[in-house]
Design a binder for this molecule. Structure first.
Ligand code: ATP
Ligand code: MN
Ligand code: MN
Length: 301
């Protein structure tokens, strides 16, 4: 286990007007990182997170007693978060509406943290039009035991295939086992078309490189391969948000990187909640300031 350095921003007990209760509660036992450490991370990263996540329906991974205890994935809420965490009604398959959550400021974000949230996941569409995705994501899920070098090579290969179709993709370290290829989209097509594109792309990649990819989510078909998870691109699916912390050992975070950087990176859990100042400086750098911003539409398939 790699040691976890101390946070590079000071701990506080209040952010954006939200008082953090139990600041000394250890949420990440490995590095003895506390709720105050997590709050310091999110308090510092609020603007960076909201840039991508604000106005997007979100789901939360809440672990009020810490990542090693019970965690739960929360999609909607009847009101216990108070007025800083907003609701967007979204129609479910059976026709009734559920109040999904969104936050559009630091107070909302920090309210979620105060309520025990470690991870933020988001829809691929904004609340103004939840039927028209504004991003596609290919989630590379390697079989257990597959090295990150293999995942990287696969990511570059997919980048090139997408590039030949005129599509720009951006890599993000998930903080877990893999990489996400993120493709911002102009919100013009609806979910069924985007899902169909993603599925056909994944199946074509798997057919062209059967030793490397599978588009089948059954674990049994994954042996020594990477599951090219296209299912993040269906209505209602979420993906971890850029700069979200992960409820995993060592408090890693999901981190946007450049393709050039990815060449040299050896683990998808490179950054963690102690790296807020580093991540902010990186985000403002010329290489990263345009991450995820390219405007594009899917070609006809
Ligand atoms: P890794 O690199 O380790 O795969 P990841 O974020 O891609 O990290 P996955 O397990 O591949 O993790 O993806 C799961 C995705 O499914 C999450 O990003 C999340 O948005 C979504 N999800 C849907 N339901 C759940 C749930 N009940 N618990 C956790 N994630 C869920
Ligand atoms: Mn994944
Ligand atoms: Mn997945």
């Amino acid at each position: 286990e790699t040691p976890v350095p101390a946070p590079d921003v000071p701990a506080r007990d209040s952010f954006a007007g939200v008082k953090i209760s139990n600041p000394d509660r250890v949420l990440f036992p490995e590095g003895k990182l506390t709720k105050a450490d997590l709050a310091a991370y999110y308090g510092t990263m609020a603007e960076a997170m909201l840039d991508w996540m604000g106005d997007r329906p979100i789901s939360l991974v809440r672990c009020p007693q810490g990542r090693a205890k019970q965690c739960f994935f929360q999609k909607h809420d009847a009101g216990s978060f108070g007025d800083a965490v907003h609701h967007v009604p979204i129609r479910e398959k059976d026709g009734h509406e559920e109040p999904y959550l969104y936050v559009d400021d630091a107070r909302g974000l920090m309210t979620c943290v105060q309520m025990g949230t470690i991870e933020f996941h988001g829809w691929g569409a904004r609340r103004e039009d939840v039927e028209k995705p504004d991003r596609m994501v290919f989630d590379l899920d390697p079989d257990v035991g597959l090295g990150f070098d293999v995942v990287k090579r696969a990511a570059f290969q997919l980048r090139d295939i997408l590039g030949e179709m005129g599509l720009v993709s951006y890599p993000m370290l998930t903080g877990g086992k893999g990489v996400h290829l993120v493709l911002p989209l102009e919100p013009s097509r609806e979910w069924p078309e985007v899902k169909d594109f993603a599925e056909r792309f994944a199946r074509a990649a798997a057919a062209a490189h059967p030793d490397r990819f599978t588009a089948n989510m059954k674990k049994a078909t994954r042996t020594d391969r990477i599951f090219l998870d296209w299912l993040r691109n269906q209505r209602g699916a979420t993906a971890v948000m850029p700069y979200s912390a992960r409820a995993r050992a060592g408090a890693p975070v999901a981190a946007p990187v450049t393709w050039a950087e990815l060449e040299e990176i050896e683990t998808p859990a490179l950054y963690h909640i102690g790296d807020a100042a580093t991540l902010l400086a990186r985000r403002a750098s010329p290489a990263l300031k345009d991450w995820g911003t390219h405007r594009q539409r899917l070609p006809d398939l």
